[in-house]
Structure formats: C-alpha cells, structure tokens
Ligand binder design. Structure first.
Ligand SMILES: Cc1cc2nc3c(=O)[nH]c(=O)nc-3n(C[C@H](O)[C@H](O)[C@H](O)COP(=O)(O)O)c2cc1C
Length: 114
C-alpha cells in the first residue's frame, strides 16, 4: 500500500472513531475526576439508551491517548496538557433485530442492608 493511501485510510479511521465516541476529560490534579466523569457518563448512557443508541464504557482513556495516534488527536482537539482523558463512551446503533439486554439475575447476598 502506498504511503499516501495509508495516510488517507489512517485519517479516515480516526475520523470514524471521533464521530462515534465521547471522551470525558478532567484536570489531572482533581481528586474526584474519576467519580465525576463516571456519574456524567452514566447519565449519558441512560440518555443514549432512551434514544435507542447503544454505548460502551471504556475506562482506558489515559493509556489509549498515550500513543502517537492518541497524542495527535489530543493536539487536534486542543486538549489542555493539565487535563487527562478519564474515560470514553463508544456509541452506536444496535444491530437490527437485537433485543435490549435484560437485567442479569441478581446474586443472593450481594446486596447488604443495615
Ligand atoms: C468502569 C468500567 C471500565 C471499563 N473499561 C473498559 C475498557 O477499557 N475496555 C473494554 O473493552 N471494556 C470496558 N468496560 C466494559 C464495558 O463497558 C462493558 O461493561 C462490557 O463490555 C460488558 O458488557 P455486557 O454487559 O454487554 O456483557 C468497562 C466497564 C466499566 C464499568
């Protein structure tokens, strides 16, 4: 494959990825960054679900953006260097005919009441 074609395919892949994800960033020195982003993400997932959009919580934001592709994306998005990607949501439409997942059976004794 020519270098030009490889570059075009690479850029297309990055664009496709960008259009189907949400990344939550927070200050690197903020104690509750993970908790706040997780709460926000859950609300986004519930809203997405109500609109018929599926989502997947990805907790590897920090490592995913560490490689050269990730660094390129962060530069293009103008992300401040004192912020980090806490997590991501990948979004997509469920396959036609796929059923909404039913809640998994609860395990006895896993919920403690005081
Ligand atoms: C805090 C958290 C972090 C997660 N991080 C990742 C991740 O980095 N990569 C991944 O493939 N799945 C990750 N998952 C799992 C997926 O979001 C999802 O829960 C999993 O695929 C199970 O889906 P299922 O309930 O349909 O089986 C994470 C889940 C949670 C709750």
């Amino acid at each position: 494959m020519s270098e030009l074609k490889e570059t075009i395919l690479h850029r297309r892949a990055i664009r496709r990825f960008e259009e189907r994800q949400i990344t939550l960033f927070a200050p690197k020195d903020f104690l509750f960054a993970a908790e706040d982003c997780a709460c926000a993400a859950e609300n986004m997932m519930l809203m997405a679900d109500s609109l018929g959009v599926g989502s997947c919580y990805i907790g590897q934001g920090r490592t995913a953006f560490a490689d050269p592709y990730g660094q390129e994306i962060l530069r293009r998005w103008n992300i401040r260097t004192d912020y980090y990607a806490v997590m991501q949501l990948l979004l997509g439409y469920p396959k036609e005919g796929d059923h909404h997942p039913a809640p998994k059976p609860r395990k006895d004794g896993r919920v403690l009441r005081f």
